[in-house]
Design a protein around this ligand. Structure first.
Ligand code: IMP
Ligand code: MG
Length: 178
């Protein structure tokens, strides 16, 4: 375990196993549908994306988006687009890949943006879910692990851009947040 962590809450083995299961569920979901464009939200979803896609027995395409929630005003759910999709998604099925759903604001805004671009069906798969923190009524369709209300790092998740490379998800020692 990395020296800055106080505990691991999801191990690499658990992520491997769960990604395989989610891959099966998603393959089943899209079986008789148009294969989705997989839209990964940068940067946190990248390790999970890489784990998940080998288990999708579907003719997917992959695209990336980078969005940032406006900071400060709690009331504003708006997001700023740092990187938009490369392609048109009109009438396409979209599978959004996220690292974690916290308040739900980012996901809610991204879904609106993608529906405005003409997407047909939008589904969400998220490695982690913190349902206790939700501020907008939104659910991921496919969830890796539900976790407690704790700030976590690793497997794509960062604290000030650090710890994304860890092969597992854990909680930082309290003194590191000060
Ligand atoms: P939301 O709009 O509040 O759902 O924010 C989701 C985004 O906040 C995620 O995509 C993460 O980038 C970030 N985030 C939320 N919770 C955590 C956490 O525990 N650790 C690291 N990043 C987090
Ligand atoms: Mg994120």
């Amino acid at each position: 375990m990395h020296k800055d962590l106080k505990k691991i809450i999801v191990s690499h083995e658990q992520i491997d196993e769960r990604s395989k299961e989610l891959g099966k569920e998603l393959t089943e979901y899209y079986k008789d549908k148009k294969a989705p464009i997989v839209v990964a939200l940068l940067k946190g979803s990248v390790p999970f994306l890489a784990k998940l896609i080998p288990h999708l027995e579907l003719n997917i395409e992959i695209d990336f988006m980078d969005v940032k929630s406006y900071e400060g005003t709690e009331s504003s759910g708006d997001v700023r687009i740092l990187k938009d999709l490369d392609q048109s998604i009109k009438d396409d099925n979209i599978l959004i890949v996220e690292d974690i759903i916290d308040t739900g604001r980012t996901l809610c805004e991204v879904k609106k943006l993608l529906y405005n671009k003409g997407a047909n069906d939008i589904r969400v798969v998220s490695l982690l879910d913190k349902p206790s923190r939700r501020q907008v009524d939104i659910k991921a369709d496919f969830i890796g692990f539900e976790i407690e209300n704790e700030f976590v790092v690793g497997f794509g998740l960062d604290f000030n851009e650090k710890y994304r490379q860890l092969g597992y998800v854990g909680v930082l020692k309290d003194e590191l947040y000060q």
